[in-house]
Design a protein around this ligand. Structure first.
Ligand code: CTP
Length: 397
């Protein structure tokens, strides 16, 4: 972690003393740490303690900026590699999830564009409260990493989940962030994500429930590990991961053109998009009107299979496909792997509850062209993305 630039955000709670320990460990590892404190954190430990240990002024009040400390800190945050918040209280989590910026910590968080890691600490009832759970899910869906609290005796006397993770656990997570940091450096990825929309008329389309979360997670992780990433996305509500070249499209044929146009300049293609297999034969110029009780018959034509087109000119590229199946998962995935001349296929059972489409987690089986089958347990999509990238890296090495 030599010269790693880290911002350490400290919010108020009895666990603040562990933030002092964490700061000491980070400095010992050679990191350059700037500390920012929430409005109430200084009631537990003075900013002076953090300033002395970090060797830098501490940003703790929005209005102490006569010497433009605030601007300086925003510049520091812009250059930092990682923003760690430990301990994070329910209130700080809420501000981060909802974009409120009424103290130095929440302010700096909004100014920061890189990876954020949060180690929460609070009373167990607060930890389990639906409002807190919702804020955590929201932050996770935006790519924020969490070091979950541990079970144990809490400051309020009860025993349960909520105690700030051990300093060593947080430190390990920070170290692994920096260690694996650039192992995909120089690898050029072309990744597709999301559903496609096949229009019937100006206001209607055929689509599927894909949220794009899996493809966006792969793009984000590939980028954060040093890869160059072009992300071709169908319509989603997701924000492009920073540093990724986002190309938007709606229809399967538009996605096909984008993939074929960028194929030459990539080393790895990951087709995680749920491409529509059929499109209406005719696109009506005007909205289709209801004719009493009369049935409306739609004529659909198959779309081009993008991966089959890619297979014709694959030359040395590593190609990964996905197979979302509701029955005969492994046989169907294996058949697609062969038919589409893939190197790897990621199969998931869309009939199982809580995984696949829309969800933040996924349970997949990765099959390679030598027919090795690896079934992973249910994990957040970001972790699934990392494991898939590990397998890709092993094959291109
Ligand atoms: N795919 C594609 N072009 C299409 C349809 C799918 O490139 N027109 C890709 C998907 O991105 C995925 C893989 O092919 O990586 C498998 O998609 P899937 O819909 O599961 O398979 P299909 O070949 O369409 O077969 P079926 O729908 O009959 O299961």
């Amino acid at each position: 972690m030599k010269n790693a630039k880290i911002v350490l955000g400290v919010s108020a709670g009895i666990a603040v003393y562990k933030a002092v320990e964490l700061l000491r460990s980070l400095v010992k590892e050679g990191a350059e740490v700037r500390v920012v404190m929430s409005a109430n954190a200084s009631k537990f430990v003075t900013p002076l303690t953090f300033a002395a240990l970090s060797g830098h002024p501490v940003y703790h009040s929005l209005f102490d900026s006569l010497n433009s400390a605030e601007m300086e800190h925003i510049r520091v945050a812009e250059k930092a590699d990682l923003f760690v918040v430990a301990p994070a209280t329910a209130s700080t989590l809420g501000k981060m999830a909802n974009g409120l910026a009424d103290d130095a910590l929440s302010n700096l968080y909004l100014a920061f564009k890189g990876t954020v890691m949060i180690a929460p600490a609070m009373n167990e009832a607060m930890w389990e409260h639906p409002a807190v759970r919702k804020n955590i899910e929201l932050l996770k869906s935006r790519g924020v990493e969490f070091v979950d609290p541990e079970c144990g005796e809490l400051a309020c006397g009860v025993t349960g989940p909520g105690r700030l993770a051990d300093t060593a656990t947080i430190l390990d997570k920070i170290k692994s962030h920096f260690n694996r940091a650039q192992d995909l450096s120089g690898v050029r990825f072309l990744i597709t994500a999301g559903p496609t929309h096949e229009a019937l008329d100006p206001v209607r389309f055929l689509s599927n429930p894909s949220s794009g979360k899996m493809g966006y997670a792969i793009a984000e992780q590939a980028k954060s590990r040093g890869g160059e990433v072009i992300l071709i996305s169908g319509p989603t509500y997701l924000k492009a991961p920073s540093g990724v070249d986002l190309k938007l499209c709606k229809r399967a044929d538009e996605m096909n053109v984008l993939v074929q146009d960028h194929l030459e300049s990539c080393d790895v293609l990951v087709m995680s998009a749920a491409v529509g297999d059929f499109a209406p034969e005719n696109l009506e110029k005007e909205k289709i009107k209801k004719q009493g009780d009369e049935r409306l018959l739609l004529k659909l034509v198959p779309t081009k299979d993008i991966l089959m087109e890619v297979a014709k000119r694959k030359s040395g590229k590593l190609v990964v496909g996905f197979a979302a199946e509701s029955q005969n998962l492994l046989e169907a995935a294996m058949e697609k792997l062969k038919r589409k001349n893939l190197d790897l296929i990621v199969a998931n059972d869309i009939s199982a509850p809580g995984i696949g489409f829309q969800s933040d987690s996924n349970q997949v089986t990765i099959i390679d062209r030598e027919e090795n089958i690896e079934t992973l347990s249910l994990k957040p999509k970001r972790e699934v993305a990392d494991l898939l990238l590990d397998r890709i890296l092993a094959r291109i090495k």
